[in-house]
Design a protein around this ligand. Sequence first.
Ligand SMILES: NC(=O)c1ccc[n+]([C@@H]2O[C@H](COP(=O)([O-])OP(=O)(O)OC[C@H]3O[C@@H](n4cnc5c(N)ncnc54)[C@H](O)[C@@H]3O)[C@@H](O)[C@H]2O)c1
Length: 346
Amino acid sequence: MNKVFRIAIAGAGQMGLAHAEAYRANGAEIVAVLDQHPDRAARLAQAHGGRAFTQLDAIWAEQPDALSICLPHSLHFEVAMRAVAHRVAILIEKPHCVSLDESQALREACARNGVLAMAGFTHRFLATSQHLKATIASGRFGRIDLAVDRLIAGALRSAHPHWYRQRALAGGGIAMIGMIHAVDRLRWLLATEITTVTALTRTSDPGCDVENTALAMLEFASGAQAMLVAHRSPVHDHERAHHYDLYGERLNASCAVGSFADQELRYIGAADLGSRTVNDDQPFVAEIQEFVSALSTGRTATPDLRDAEIALEVVLAIYESAHSRRPVDLRIQRDTPSHPPPLSDA
Ligand SMILES: NC(=O)c1ccc[n+]([C@@H]2O[C@H](COP(=O)([O-])OP(=O)(O)OC[C@H]3O[C@@H](n4cnc5c(N)ncnc54)[C@H](O)[C@@H]3O)[C@@H](O)[C@H]2O)c1
C-alpha cells in the first residue's frame, strides 16, 4: 500500500490553501498548519485537517514527512533550515531565499542532511508550459532567437498581503515575486543559462518601498535574447496576466496565462500544431504530484534548489543592473566556486 505522507504547512494564506488542496488531491494528509494568526491556522486546519499552531517548533511533534513553506520571503530561509535540521523534506515557495548566501547555506544543509527540497516554480507545471516544452524538445522551433515576456498585475491594494509592499519582508517587488516565474520558465523552456542581465526598475507606488515596474534584457548562453517586462498597474479593472512569445527559426509561439486555469497557447508557422485553450488546469496539483512522487521514490524533485538559486541570482542581478545602470555579467560571478555551475540539462 502507498504511504500516506504527513504534511505540515507554514503560512495559511493564499498559497498555504493552494498547497493544502493540492496535497489532498495527491492523497497526502495535512497534520499541522502554522500561522502567526491563530484564526488563519485554525481555518485552514479545519478545512483540510491537522492541528493549528502559531509556533514553528511545536509542529515537529506531529512528525511531518514534509513542510510546505508559504510565508513572506524573508522568513523562508530560517524556517527551511529548521525543517532540514529535523530531517523534514521541504517544498519552498519562490523566491526560496532573499540572498545568495542564504541559498547556498540552505543547499549545503539539504545535501549534508540528505533532505529532499523542491522549489515552487508553478509555471513549469502549467499545461501550456508543458506543451511548449515538449514542442521545443521535438526540435520544431529550430534555434530560438528571441523571447518577449510581459506580466501586468494590479497595483498593491488593501486586499493584497501587506508584506508584499515591504522590502524587509518581501526582499523586492514585482521582479522578486512575479518576474522570477518568467526567469525560471524561460531558462527551463530554452534549456540554456542566462549569461547577462541589463535592467531598469521603478518604484512609484506610494506606500510601497519595492519596485512596481521592472524591465530586464537577458542574454542566454545559446545566443537567444529576451525582453521581460513586469508592471503593477493602478488601473482598477486590470486583471493579472502573463503574455509571452517565443520566436524561433521555423516556429513562433504566443502564450497568454490569466488565472492559472485560463491559458491560451498559439503556434505560428505550423498548421498542424494549431492553438489550444485551457480552462481546467490544476498546476498546483501537478507540482505537488512531482514532490510527493519524489518523496515516495527517494529521487530528487525538479525544480530544485539550484534552479531556485539561479532564478534568485538573476533577480538580484536585475536590481544590481538597475542600480548601477550597467549590464551584469553572470558568467563572471559564477567563476567563484560558491555560485551554481551552469545548467547541464533541463
Ligand atoms: N507559486 C505561485 O504561483 C505563487 C503565487 C502567489 C504567491 N506565491 C508565493 O507564496 C508565498 C506566500 O505568499 P502568499 O501570497 O500566500 O502570502 P499570504 O500573505 O497570503 O500568506 C502568508 C501567511 O504567512 C503568515 N505569516 C506571516 N509571518 C509569519 C510568521 N512569522 N510566522 C507564521 N506565519 C506567518 C501570514 O499571516 C499569512 O497568513 C510567497 O513566497 C509568494 O511569493 C507563489
